[in-house]
Design a protein around this ligand. Structure first.
Ligand code: MN
Length: 159
């Protein structure tokens, strides 16, 4: 009876394991590592370089906080800007930069977190040679982001 069951199960088992192996081969391992979608390519002039934005949570009357996933290709950066209610950044991949006005640039890696105070001019973006992925959690209760001047190459490259 045991042998009889095995004869039935074996072809299905072979097909199952073969299909698993097939999927592993065709999937891009980098795509596989993404948690949130990359979203759409930014078309505003609030950023320089190639930036992809995926809105995850819109602010509403229940939670006055917006959450978005932002991917910066190497060298891409935001303009200087202000969040009237502050912002929290969670770094999920790559190497990036964060700088507050009057302070030196910080280098950010996967797993780093930043608490950006309300009304403090700052910018963030990818490092020169490595892309950067962040979750931005932004309070909207005091109004939208205020965009300022572009970050110059001199500011961007200063260590
Ligand atoms: Mn910001």
């Amino acid at each position: 009876m045991m042998k009889h069951n095995l004869i039935y199960i074996l072809p299905f088992a072979i097909v199952f394991f073969a299909s698993c192996n097939y999927h592993q081969k065709i999937e891009d391992p980098k795509q596989n590592a993404l948690i949130f979608a990359r979203g759409d390519k930014n078309t505003t002039d609030n950023f320089k370089g190639e930036v992809w934005v995926k809105s995850l949570i819109n602010a509403d009357s229940l939670n006055e906080t917006a959450v978005g996933n932002v991917t910066f290709e190497p060298g891409a950066r935001s303009k200087w800007h202000i969040h009237p209610a502050g912002q929290i950044l969670l770094v999920t991949d790559g190497v990036g930069y964060y700088q507050e006005k009057g302070k030196s640039k910080q280098i950010l890696h996967r797993g780093d977190v930043v608490k950006c105070p309300p009304d403090v001019p700052h910018w963030h973006g990818a490092s020169a040679d490595t892309a950067f992925v962040q979750i931005a959690i932004t309070g909207r209760e005091k109004g939208p982001t205020v965009w300022l001047k572009p970050v110059t190459d001199e500011e961007y490259n200063k260590t």
